[in-house]
Each structure stands twice: as C-alpha cells, then as structure tokens.
Design a protein around this ligand. Structure first.
Ligand code: KG4
Ligand code: ZN
Length: 334
C-alpha cells in the first residue's frame, strides 16, 4: 500500500491506495474558513495548520482501514510546486515517520499529479498529448512528451484562471474561494452578459492573460452597483469572460499542435460551464478529451497516491535518510 500526503496549498489531504491503485481511504481538511477573513491563503497559517492536522489524519486513516505503518510499501508526498511552508510540513512529518520505519519516500510533482487523474491509467497518456492545468496557482499548457515528462508550451502572463474567479468574486463581495460562488450565481442565468474585453494581447500567441479582464470586471461592478438582483448577470459575465479566453487560446493551440488527446485538471476544471465548453471545442476539432473527475479537480491526496504508485513501481523513490527530499516551491516553473 501507498500512503499519500498533499499539503502544497490550503488542503491537508491524506489517501491510501493498494498496489492496484484501488482507493482505501481519502480525507481532506480544507482550510477555507481559516483563510476566508484574509481573502486568500496566508502561507504561514497554512503550514502551521498542515503540521497540526497531518498526524491526526494519518492516524484516522490507519485506524479506519485497520492497517499499521508496517503494512505500507512507501509514502508519497507533494514536494512542489507549491507554498514552501506547506510542502515542508509533509516532508518533515514523513521524514520523522521514516526514522522509525525506514519506509521509502516518493516525491511527487503537483502539476503532473493534477494531470494524472484526468486519465484512468498512465497508458492512456500518449506522447504528444496536451495537458492543461487550471487552478488558483496555475494556468499552464504543457506538451506531454513521454509521460510523466512535461514541456511548458504556454502559460498565463499574470493571474491564474482560478485567481481571476477569486478576484471577480471579491469585487462582488463574495467569499473566497470565488470560483464555486460565481458558478452557483451564474448557473441558470440566461440573460445577456457583458463582453468585458475585445482583444487580449500576450507576447506569445498561445499564452493567456486575465488581469485586463479583472480590471474591466471591477469597473463593471462599480458601474452596476451591488444590487443582489444584478449578481447573476455579473457572475455570468465574469465566468463567461474567463472561460471564453481559455477556450479561445486553447482552440488556437489545439488547431496548431493537433494532439492525440487533451488532458485537463485543477480546481477550475470542476466548473460545469467550462467542462461543457471544453467538450464542444474538442468535439469540433476532433481531439479526444479527458477531464479529471469533478471531486478530484481541486488539490487532493488521491492524485498524489496514484502518481506515487506509478513512480514507486518505476523505482523513482528515495531511501532513508532522504537527502534528496526537499521542498521545490517552483519545480519546473521558470
Ligand atoms: O486546484 P485548486 O484546488 O488549488 C490550487 O492548486 O490552486 O484550485 C483552486 C482554485 C480557486 O481559485 C477556486 O476559485 C477555483 O480553483 N475553483 C473554481 C471552481 N472550483 C474551484 N473555479 C471556477 N469554478 C469552480 N466550480
Ligand atoms: Zn493544485
């Protein structure tokens, strides 16, 4: 069995899988209420809270599944990219466990893990496929060489798509995280929406940019006011602009690269309107589409466990005293 931990942002998540990849346990403690008053994730608060919750979650996992540490083959953990303090919480915890158990540790790349759960098995991920990760920290388009190797093709030049949802929600006085709030308000709204920006210029043709949309949206909220009746219109305009831009740039990249498949993961991929727009785009272009199941779009330890299992089988793990295991907050990002 593989025990997996995910602590790179504001979810403390633990999962246990057997060697066939069957899920035996998964539980996440969200820190949303803790960070909500600040309108975003406070890194120091996040890392302290991970350190506090991890031991109890792992104990729950072992107790509820009737297992002990000696039943494990290895432990997998996200070591980057992410917030250093959060990454360090899982690293310090598992290095501590390793003093007693000498269990191998499998370092997992957070972005690859998001894409891994868009596929049922790694064999589905053909070389040359494209992978899009859309979350609070990432709006990155990759070419997948021989899985799990990724080459960055395009990225946002400023805010991430999830960040644009969060800032749009904040402008409307909605709580963090804004994506689910905006989706809830926009769903069912069929009236007119405001086209926020006509053309978005980026240095490279497939790159994305959301800061201009945000500025235009903040100005729209200023003009329209905070009347609750305006909220569905505002939310649908914000959501439509973000999704419209993602689909526009993705359409250009898919037409250019003609990949054998597109894999999509990350928190924003949970958005129903975005999923429908992806299906329509890929249907039109004849590109097979794989999107992560909704419950596994946001950060979770299941994706770390499945990625960890794959790496462990290939011999990609570290042994005690784990000198190679250190936080890599910007792993492959620059
Ligand atoms: O992947 P994730 O959980 O964490 C990061 O790695 O950042 O993504 C969180 C982001 C937040 O910005 C949140 O507003 C956005 O994903 N998000 C959504 C939805 N659910 C989460 N955005 C749009 N629609 C949603 N339903
Ligand atoms: Zn993530």
């Amino acid at each position: 069995m593989i025990l997996a931990l995910e602590t790179s942002c504001d979810d403390t998540s633990v999962a246990l899988v057997d060697m066939t990849g069957a899920l035996l346990f998964h539980r996440s403690l969200s820190q949303i209420p803790l960070h909500a008053p600040f309108g975003g994730v406070v890194p120091e608060l996040a890392s302290r809270t991970h350190a506090l919750h991890l031991p109890a979650l792992v104990e729950e996992c072992l107790r509820e599944t009737g297992r002990t540490l000696s039943d494990l083959s290895a432990c997998a953990l996200t070591i980057g990219p992410g917030l250093s303090g959060g990454l360090l919480a899982a690293i310090a915890y598992l290095k501590g466990v390793g003093f007693g158990t000498r269990l191998p540790l499998v370092p997992v790349h957070h972005v690859r893990a998001h894409l891994r759960v868009a596929a049922n098995s790694p064999d589905e991920i053909l070389p040359g496929s494209l992978g899009l990760v859309v979350s609070g920290g990432h709006t990155h388009l990759y070419r997948i060489d021989l899985w799990p190797n990724l080459a960055l093709l395009a990225r946002t030049t400023d805010d991430a798509a999830g960040e644009a949802f969060d800032k749009g929600a904040k402008a409307m006085g909605l709580p963090y995280p804004g994506g689910p709030e905006i989706e809830r308000l926009a769903s069912g709204y069929t009236g007119r929406t405001e086209r926020l920006v006509r053309a978005i210029h980026t240095p490279a043709p497939f790159d994305m940019s959301f800061s201009g949309l945000k500025t235009a949206f903040v100005a729209l909220v200023g003009r329209e006011g905070s009347d609750p009746e305006k909220r569905p219109f505002l939310a649908a305009s914000c959501q439509g602009a973000i999704i419209g831009h993602l689909i526009d740039r993705l359409g250009k990249s898919l037409s250019h690269y003609r990949p054998p498949a597109l894999f999509v993961g990350g928190g924003v991929a949970a958005n129903g309107a975005f999923r429908r727009a992806l299906e329509a785009l890929c249907g039109d272009l004849g590109v097979p589409l794989r999107v992560a199941p909704r419950p596994l779009c946001g950060d979770n330890a299941v994706m770390v466990a499945l990625m960890g299992l794959e790496l462990f089988r290939e011999g990609n793990f570290c042994s005690f005293p784990y000198d190679e295991i250190r936080p890599r907050p910007r792993w492959d990002e620059d």
